[in-house]
Design a protein. Structure first.
Lengths: 616, 324
């Protein structure tokens, strides 16, 4: 009997210690566990739960975690550079001089003269041929056949003919000398506010990618001296996973078991802005378990945990004397995207009603544990156009708040204003949270909205809010927790479905802005109606006009652009295709030994690598 | 015996074909287009269409499903080509290689440890039936059988990684920063907790299996006869009882060998161990259809092969069983 008691007690203690262990993860960490770093001084170890695919040259895949590695290997050496404030600046580390000219047909040519001290990681001299080769390769049919894809060259003279394989000469590029080349923008694309986007060219190592192949250039354009098909296939099958020659701040060493190791490229000339070279000899980017990543940071096994949104981990970091953090509001966030050309949400009044039926603060509190902000339109607080228009925009944009009366007002203006008989006016005083009294249209159809929710962390608070509030406005709102890929299929490719196959009116999505922020490709222009580019199904002449007025400005007309941008933001809000739910307050968490960590909404850690240092 | 094996192998062929058709069919019924997942979202009109057409043709997705199946089977049988992973944008064989090696590396140690523990412990439990030793291990067996593997893994991480700080919390060693004995030491550090977790999970059922087989053997008449002949207890147990108990135990030994190829989805994920189980989970999450089909085909073939070999070994070690 005594033995049984001892055994029972032992088992109970084992179980109890297990329970305590599991609970401990979510509370503040003991401080004496955090005073150390196990990583070498010349090495930066970045942990992230996101898995890399291992595609480390441009043209392959969408993986955002590969992107950091691509930037470290191939970034910083293009003709133009996007700085930490999201401004496109000439890369003076690479380009000695740039001249522009316009020919009789209106085509605009940028002629770049390069510095002559540029080198690849293997010591080979970098020349204009590497830049022209980049344009020729990325726009070539051979590159496409090898399974790669890209948009470099789109908008340049002769792009369609070259890309379509009608000719092997690309008129838009010319090799003028070892240190000089030109890029010509098609007159049809001009004026264009983001025109430098057309001439942002990153080099490729011609000697490594296409050994023995030269570039032939004359007044008609440039072309490869031989067929590049076999080399493109070789690049896609080998170079893509383990780049041998790079020009960015680091060289590729190894990618194994979700650990990518890079070594400093001593031939890298320096950051385009600070002119600094990287401090670290090695960068290790490794995938870490989401359940224990903060413990790994506290234990000193990794130096950094970037772009964290988990409130508990942020609180643990704040409570620690040995960890530090840097935070900023994401240039975008989470949103509720609404279909504007199908179902009840085709009516703008229904869309506005939905916007007033959710308390977005609850989503921020529940999903982000308070680490987030609210935005009422499609902009980011750090965007230059917002900063230029801040006072006007803040006073003119309609604040969106949960208000059932306002939602009912909007719905009374829609076709959904009857009881189930289709004729008796809906009486908002009869609406109840049980959902027994709903709005109908004149055909007797019930007002029912189905949302496709991807991440349960976001969809669940939405679901709770709409379950509680929507019936009070006579709306039957339900959230389906669907696979994210299925959500994308119903959102981006709904135009391929028949009306009977379409199910969802709203979608939990993310949103953000990149450079160039061309609204024409930003989903609302009617040219893209019925395609994946305009998934909300907006077809509006005023919207088209605003978008075209913005993009048809000359790059120097920033004041005019900011003015139209304000009009665009306000008009986009009035159409309510997207309800911004939150903007994440990103936190980069790092060991105290790390210094110079100044990421911004526009520049992640890989884009400020030359500023980061480490002290014991 | 050879006729039996040949017969079983012949039966395996339609079984494997049927499994492949079912797997392929189920995966194809899943909504979504893998080609879309492979293309960069930055592509515009004509670029997208062109890239889509090229990739569709390359993967054979532009053909009807039966043709896709036949093409896949043809490539599989003739070239050993398992297909193309849409999420990884490379051949499935290349995607599987590294995690498979890691899983085998992990499971070799797990299987050695758990057999080394389960066999002597199970035998001793049976011979000391009702003792403290027997009761203690039975409690251990029930407790560890009931504990979810992720809970056990997290508890071990907390104790050995967070509190004691002697072992890494997860991940895998860097093969660039370490080499030689240093790398071996790192492997040992990173493998320890996953090995302990999987060994404990495996032990729970194995020791009971061995114990029951031994109890069954010890209750047989020939054991009484052996004892009545005056043989020592050691000889009775190890020469008579254990050899006969090995007949059912041989099944778990065969499964142990084949389980080298099977990953543990949960444990590998918790430890961020880049094994075949974690890869399967990632494939499901990213709807990497060909990777899912191929991995399940491998698991199916491993399973049916293990069944065949277990049956053959049964026949070899137990002369009473006639294989026809």
């Amino acid at each position: 009997m005594k033995v049984k008691k001892i055994l029972a007690l032992t088992l109970a203690l084992v179980m109890l210690s297990g329970v305590l262990a599991a609970c401990q993860t979510g509370t503040s960490a003991p401080k004496d566990l955090t005073i150390k770093t196990n990583t070498p001084r010349d090495t930066l170890v970045v942990g992230d739960p996101g898995e890399m695919n291992g595609d480390f040259i441009g043209g392959f895949g969408n993986n955002s975690y590969d992107r950091d590695i691509k930037i470290l290997l191939h970034g910083y050496v293009g003709t133009y550079h996007i700085d930490t404030a999201d401004q496109i600046i000439l890369n003076e580390q690479v380009v000695k001089n740039v001249e522009t000219s316009v020919d009789g047909a209106g085509n605009k040519t940028y002629t770049f003269t390069l510095h002559t001290d540029l080198k690849w990681s293997d010591g080979t001299k970098m020349t204009a041929k590497d830049f022209v080769g980049s344009g020729l390769m990325e726009a070539s049919p051979q590159w496409l056949e090898a399974g790669a894809s890209g948009i470099l060259g789109d908008g340049l003279l002769g792009y369609s003919e070259y890309y379509g394989g009608e000719t092997d000469v690309f008129k838009g590029f010319k090799l003028l000398a070892d240190d000089k080349f030109s890029v010509t923008i098609d007159a049809e694309e001009l004026p264009y506010f983001y025109e430098t986007g057309f001439v942002m060219v990153d080099p490729i190592p011609m000697h490594s990618y296409f050994p023995g192949i030269d570039i032939i250039s004359d007044d008609n354009g440039a072309k490869f001296s031989a067929d590049i098909s076999a080399d493109c296939v070789r690049i896609s099958e080998t170079e893509r996973f383990a780049p041998t020659v790079t020009a960015g701040p680091f060289k590729f060493v190894n990618f194994e078991n979700q650990i990518c190791t890079l070594e400093r490229n001593d031939n890298f000339k320096g950051d385009p802005v600070s002119k600094k070279k990287p401090y670290f000899k090695y960068i290790i980017r490794q995938t870490v378990p989401e359940e224990t990543d903060i413990d790994m940071l506290m234990a000193g096994d990794i130096d950094v945990l970037a772009t964290t949104i988990d409130g508990q981990k942020i609180d643990q970091t704040k409570a620690s004397d040995n960890l530090n953090y840097h935070n900023y509001l994401r240039n975008g966030g989470g949103a509720l995207n609404m279909v504007c050309d199908w179902g009840p949400t085709a009516d703008v009044n229904v869309r506005w009603a939905i916007a007033h039926l959710i308390d977005r603060n609850t989503v921020v509190d529940q999903f982000l544990k308070g680490y987030g902000g609210l935005i009422d339109g499609e902009y980011g607080f750090a965007q230059w156009a917002y900063i230029a228009n801040k006072d006007k925009l803040d006073s003119q944009i309609i604040p969106i708040a949960m208000n059932i009366d306002t939602a009912n007002d909007y719905l009374d203006k829609s076709e959904w204003k009857y009881e189930s008989d289709g004729s008796t006016p809906f009486d908002r005083s009869k609406a109840n949270s049980n959902g027994t009294y709903m709005r109908h249209n004149s055909k007797g159809e019930k007002l029912a909205i189905r949302q496709a929710g991807g991440s349960a962390a976001v969809a669940e608070p939405c679901n709770l809010e709409f379950q509680k509030n929507a019936p009070m406005a006579g709306m039957d709102y339900s959230v389906d927790f669907v696979d994210f890929n299925l959500l994308l299929d119903h959102y981006y490719y709904a135009y391929e479905l028949s009306d009977d196959e379409r199910i969802y009116s709203t979608f939990s999505m993310g949103w953000g802005f990149g450079q160039p922020d061309d609204k024409y490709w930003g989903s609302y222009h009617s040219d893209h109606y019925g395609t994946w580019v305009n998934p909300n199904g907006i077809k509006d002449s005023k919207m088209d006009d605003l978008i075209m007025r913005m993009r048809r400005l000359d790059a120097s007309q920033t004041a005019e652009y900011a003015e139209i941008w304000l009009e665009y933001i306000l008009y986009a809000q009035s159409l309510m295709p997207v309800l911004p739910l939150y903007s994440n307050n990103y936190h980069d968490l790092f060991n105290n030994v790390i210094h110079g960590w100044n990421t911004t909404p526009f520049a992640g850690w890989s884009q400020i690598i030359c500023d980061i240092e480490k002290y014991r | 015996m050879l006729r039996y094996i040949a017969k079983r192998l012949l039966i395996l062929v339609p079984v494997v074909i049927a499994i492949s058709i079912i797997l392929f069919g189920i995966i194809k019924l899943m909504p979504g287009d893998p080609v879309r997942a492979m293309l960069p979202t930055t592509l515009r009109g004509e670029q997208y269409q062109a890239a889509y057409a090229v990739m569709s043709a390359r993967l054979g997705m532009d053909k009807p499903v039966p043709v896709q199946y036949l093409r896949w089977m043809h490539n599989l049988v003739i070239k050993g080509d398992l297909g193309y992973s849409s999420a990884n944008n490379r051949p499935v064989v290349d995607v599987i290689r590294e995690p498979l090696v890691n899983t085998i590396r992990l499971n070799i140690f797990v299987n050695i440890f758990y057999l080394l523990i389960a066999l002597p412990v199970g035998i001793k439990m049976a011979t000391k039936r009702g003792s403290l030793f027997d009761s203690g291990w039975q409690v251990f067996s029930i407790a560890t059988y009931s504990i979810p593997s992720f809970f056990l893994a997290l508890s071990l991480i907390f104790i050995f990684g967070v509190i004691m700080g002697v072992l890494p919390l997860g991940g895998m060693p860097n093969t660039v920063l370490f080499s030689g004995f240093g790398l071996m030491f790192q492997w040992a550090r990173y493998l320890t907790l996953p090995i302990i977790t999987l060994t404990i999970i495996g032990l729970a059922s194995a020791i009971r299996y061995v114990r029951n087989a031994m109890i069954d053997a010890l209750s047989q008449d020939y054991i009484r006869t052996a004892r009545s002949k005056g043989l020592s207890e050691k000889v009775v147990i190890y020469s008579h009882a254990f050899r006969n108990a090995l007949i059912p135990v041989s099944t778990i030994i065969v499964w142990t060998l084949f389980s080298l190829l099977m990953g543990s989805t949960i444990t590998e994920s918790v430890f961020q161990y880049n094994g075949i189980g974690k890869l399967l989970l990632t494939a499901v999450n990213t709807r990497d259809t060909m990777l899912i089909v191929s991995m399940n085909m491998i698991f199916a073939v491993v399973n049916v092969s293990a069944m065949l070999i277990a049956d053959v070994i049964y026949g070899l070690v137990d002369p009473r069983i006639k294989l026809k």
